[in-house]
Design a binder for this molecule. Structure first.
Ligand code: KG4
Ligand code: ZN
Length: 336
């Protein structure tokens, strides 16, 4: 099945062509316009998507060597995300589907991240426990089958990606902060400072990152600037370890509780080197198989949307021209 995927939920304009499990092209344009604001400016994101969507789709088609009439279907992110940004992709795909007379499907962005991981897995059995770690989400999801999601835990406040981005901002680094903290942390001492771990005993699969963020702010307020400057890698390593440790503990516990032999991670923070190596080691110790997504499919991309779309289109499930954008769409909530 040949599918064009489009993703415009935040600040990446992306298009991809997949043929069954093979990614024939994956074009991602990360909008630079936001970096000077230290975060994504929704109106600027929408305008950039409008400018970029046609050339990015053309480039994806060209580099795949595919003509549009060879497509079997189209897939687009319809939520969650910034409403103005989502609408660009949704309306583009609705128009293209109408002109080409092809089926299309709206895909949940988080579901896309899950299938971005499964894109490169050959064979596995359900149930699978997925740890979703992105800029807006931190969830543990139980999948008993394709397209079936049970959220068994989630963050009560900040997402872990947000905790990385806010820490980077406090430490005077650029946006997004996760990759920069990851890089600096590799040269630091994770035992330099003991940041809190929110274990939330009353809700064993839930997370909280607001305390960690506040602890960093308090530490910075009470510490001389020169010390902070000298120990930046140590601070990053200590903070990162606190953020990741809870993710590992709760994911392993969830796999045990639900008898899952397979554990996957998905979303931008799945690119974090400590999370990847630590979870891999713990899974090996516990006889669990770990699915680590390819780095290029961790952060936002359209190949993951096309791959998730394939699961629907294969089952003859498709959207109609009434498809809308849903900024707060929940995983498992089907408004397609
Ligand atoms: O999935 P994603 O691209 O966008 C959302 O759907 O939110 O995730 C972006 C998040 C940002 O918070 C970014 O800082 C984080 O992923 N991120 C990382 C790393 N690479 C991206 N966080 C920690 N370590 C990384 N290597
Ligand atoms: Zn994402």
């Amino acid at each position: 099945m040949n599918i064009l995927g489009v993703e415009t939920s935040c600040d990446e304009t992306s298009a991809a062509i997949i043929s069954d499990d093979q990614v024939l092209s994956s074009i991602i344009s990360s909008q630079q316009v936001h970096s000077k604001f230290g975060g994504v400016v929704p109106e600027l994101a929408s305008r950039a998507h409008v400018r970029l969507i046609v050339p990015i789709v053309q480039e994806a088609l060209q580099s795949s060597g595919f003509k549009m009439d060879k497509l079997d279907g189209l897939a687009v992110t319809y939520g969650p995300g910034l409403v103005g940004a989502l609408l660009v992709g949704v309306n583009f795909i609705k128009g293209l589907a109408l002109v080409l007379d092809k089926p299309f499907i709206g895909v949940n962005h988080i579901e896309g991240h899950i299938y971005g991981n499964l894109l490169t897995q050959d064979s596995f059995d359900f149930p699978v426990i997925f740890l979703i770690v992105s800029g807006g989400h931190t969830q543990i999801v139980l999948m008993r089958d394709h397209l079936e999601y049970e959220i068994i835990g989630k963050t009560r406040d900040d997402a872990v990606g947000e905790a990385f981005d806010k820490a980077a901002k406090m430490l005077g680094m650029g946006y997004p902060g996760g990759p920069e903290i990851d890089k600096l942390a590799s040269k630091g001492d994770p035992k330099f400072f003991k940041f809190p771990r929110a274990r939330l005993k009353d809700a064993e699969f839930d997370f909280s990152y607001s305390g960690l963020k506040t602890a960093l702010l308090t530490y910075l307020n009470n510490t001389h600037e020169a010390i902070v400057k000298d120990h930046l890698p140590d601070i990053c390593a200590s903070y990162q370890t606190a953020a990741v440790e809870v993710l590992i503990e709760k994911t392993l516990k969830a796999a045990q509780r639900y008898n899952a032999n397979y554990v996957g991670i998905a979303g931008g923070v799945a690119a974090n080197s400590l999370l990847r190596s630590w979870l891999k080691a713990e899974c090996e110790k516990n006889n669990l198989q770990i699915f680590l997504p390819e780095l290029e499919f961790c952060t936002d991309n359209a190949a993951m949307i096309a791959r998730a779309g394939r699961e629907y289109l294969n089952r003859n499930i498709q959207s109609g021209q009434m498809l809308n954008a849903y900024p707060s769409l929940k995983l498992g909530q089907n408004n397609y």
